[in-house]
Every structure is written in C-alpha cells, then in structure tokens.
Design a binder for this molecule. Structure first.
Ligand SMILES: [Zn+2]
Length: 259
C-alpha cells in the first residue's frame, strides 16, 4: 500500500471534465456562453445547466405565467440539446424576485455537490452602476459565488446535504459573465453559428434582428479581447476568471486556465 498522493486532484484539473452553469433565466447561458459551451461539449466536457427560474414573467402580459414557464423550459431544453449540454435543471424560484437568499445558496450548493464540477460559470456578482443590470442576474451571481466559496466545500454548512450523501466539493474555477473588466476570452469562431441557432430556439424572447446583433456582439467582444491582450480573435465571448482552488493547485498548474 503506497503513500496517499499529496496531489490527488492535479490530473483531473488539467483535463476539465465537468462544467456547471448557474444562471437566472432560460436563455442566459446560451446568449452569453453558447459558443464556449458548444466548443467544450465538442471536446467531451460534461456541461450542466442549473437555472434558478423558469422565466415565467419574461413576456408582455398576454401569456399566463404557467404557460410561459412551460414554453421557456421547452425552449431551453431544445437549445441545450443543440449545444450538447448534458443536463438542464430548473430550480423553480420566482422570476423577477430573486435575492441572494440562503435558500437559493442552498439549492446551488446542492447542485455543485451533486455535479462536482471543476468549473462553475455564473453571472457577475457585482452590481454595475453604469448600465442596466438585472437584479436576478446579480442575485444568482452572488448566491453562486457564496456557494462556491465557502459553502460547497464546508461539511458543516447545510448539514442536511451531507446527511443526504452530498459530500463537500471544491470548485477550482469560477467564471463570471458580463464582467466590467473581462480577463478571459474564448474564441468562438467555430461555434458562432451554433450559438446563434441556440439563441434562436428561444422564440418567445428573440427575433431575427437579435440573432444578427448577437453575431455583431461576438465581433465587438473579439475587438475588446484584442485590446486586452487576446489578439487574432474574430468572434469571442468574455469572462472574469477567478481561481477558487487550494493555492497549492495553482502553483502546480502554473496558473493554467480552462480552455
Ligand atoms: Zn436573464
């Protein structure tokens, strides 16, 4: 019997296998990360969507909340299949009324411990003052950041989860969408059209004009990337990246980032 390895997680983290996207509404993940996730799914990464609401208030008032929730869940499942997403989970919180509550954090912690992802992607948890920022996005970003650190890794937090067999889990990277100062850009030239098709599945929300705009936005993001040290991109998605693992892992990987 050998000595237990002092570096049990290094190999797994070098080859990221599981990604969890925690978003407020159906469509958020596809609009902001669809190109990244299509690429990662092609590479064999298992991607799970956890969506806090079913988007039941994302309409003009002519469709009932129950009908909209059913419709938007179906749209999300259709787009997820197109992108190669493994699983979609709806948490059933109230659309438009989200707060970074302990209840929301507990639900997200449960999903982190169940899926055991190396990477969690969510909304930027800092409120922007300069431009519109949906309060649901802000709430999910904050609740997810708190779930990643410290709740998911703390065996004493929400002890009923541990009692149910959900062991503590340490997420290694947290990636935030819509940051005011992005530091990680993903080249989505090869997956742009699949992203646009995925957005197009959300027929209750977007028309052709928005699909054209989404291509333009990917160009503008690539230009932003060039200005921030990521040259040569034609179409891109941008993130703020945070290392959440044990400092020992960062040193062992030389600061490697997911790709
Ligand atoms: Zn949203």
């Amino acid at each position: 019997m050998g000595t237990p390895s002092a570096r049990p997680s290094t190999r797994r983290i070098h080859s990221i296998s599981r990604v969890l996207a925690v978003m407020a509404h159906p469509d958020d993940a596809d609009v902001r990360c669809g190109g990244t996730f299509a690429r990662w799914a092609d590479e064999g990464k298992e991607i799970t969507y956890v969506i806090a609401t079913s988007g039941s208030r994302g309409g003009d008032g002519t469709t009932s909340e129950a009908e909209l929730a059913t419709l938007r869940e179906a749209e999300q499942r259709e787009s997820a299949e197109l992108l190669g997403i493994r699983e979609v989970v709806f948490l059933g919180h109230e659309d438009g009324y989200l707060t970074p509550s302990l209840e929301l954090r507990r639900d997200i912690t449960r999903e982190i411990r169940r899926v055991r992802p190396e990477v969690v992607v969510t909304h930027y948890p800092v409120r922007h003052f300069a431009w519109g920022n949906h309060p649901d996005h802000h709430a999910v970003g904050e609740a997810t950041a708190a779930a990643v650190y410290p709740t998911a890794r703390n065996p004493m937090a929400f002890p009923d989860l541990l009692a149910a067999g959900l062991e503590p889990w340490e997420v290694t990277w947290l990636m935030a969408i819509d940051p005011d100062d992005p530091d990680f850009f993903v080249d989505i030239a090869s997956s742009l059209e699949r992203k646009v098709a995925a957005i197009g599945c959300h027929r209750s929300q977007y028309d052709q004009h928005y699909l054209d705009f989404s291509r333009k936005l990917a160009e503008l993001t690539a230009a932003d990337g060039a200005a921030r040290g990521y040259p040569g991109l034609a179409h891109a998605e941008s993130y703020k990246l945070r290392f959440e693992g044990h400092p020992r892992l960062l040193a062992e990987l030389g600061g490697a980032i997911p790709g």
